[in-house]
Design a protein around this ligand. Structure first.
Ligand SMILES: [Ca+2]
Ligand SMILES: [Ca+2]
Ligand SMILES: [Ca+2]
Length: 206
């Protein structure tokens, strides 16, 4: 039996005890621990554990005891920094999950976002005329000579050297041929024929 007297004070018939917080006066005149867990309204959603002079509210993972220990409240994990990088945190009862940005997908646990390795998942990416390089959130095609990036960068396109030459534009990796500024630098005295990754000249007869 615990003795937790705070002080004695005079009463009409002798004295009386006033017990510490968490203790109550028993019929025998001593102070005994209050079993707060006998009150079913304590620690709803968790496990109430009586202690001397108080009680503990033990909550399941993802929950925290309320201020007065009356119930277990969902933790708002999304209020903590560093959750769901490359995505949006969505709080759920007892947990949370990540809605991931494009180019990312949830990890097995769903509690973080991981970059999608597009190159590993689709070996055909950039295979025509280039090489695929994975990047965070995306991928890039590194195109070989004779190929150029598509408008969206998603694949490599054969460069039409002949058409570029007709326009007087830059022809990648093709020497100037010493002309300097003039049009039609490719295949003088012949016809330019575009091929996959290159071009060839069909010479005029003679
Ligand atoms: Ca107690
Ligand atoms: Ca939660
Ligand atoms: Ca990627």
């Amino acid at each position: 039996m615990d003795l937790h007297f705070q002080y004695f004070f005079p009463a009409l018939s002798g004295y009386a005890c006033k017990c510490d917080r968490g203790y109550e006066l028993s019929s025998s005149g001593t102070c005994r621990d209050v079993d707060e867990c006998a009150d079913r309204k304590r620690c709803r959603g968790g496990r109430c554990r009586n202690t001397r002079g108080g009680f503990e509210c033990v909550c399941p993972p993802g929950f925290d005891p309320s201020y007065d220990g009356s119930e277990c409240l969902d933790q708002d994990e999304c209020g903590l920094t560093g959750r769901c990088a490359h995505g949006t945190c969505l709080n759920e009862r007892g947990s949370f999950r990540c809605l991931c940005d494009d180019g990312f997908r949830p990890s097995a646990s769903g509690l973080s976002c991981r970059d999608v390795d597009e190159c590993a998942e689709n070996p055909r990416l950039c295979a025509r005329g280039g090489r695929c390089r994975n990047t965070p959130g995306s991928y890039v095609c590194e195109c070989r000579a004779g190929f150029v990036h598509s408008a969206d960068g998603g694949f490599c396109l054969d460069e039409d050297e002949c058409a570029a030459d007709e326009r007087g534009g830059d022809v990648g990796d093709v020497g100037d041929g010493g002309g300097g500024g003039g049009r039609r630098r490719l295949c003088r005295n012949g016809r330019c024929v575009n091929t996959e990754g290159a071009f060839k000249c069909l010479c005029d007869p003679g």
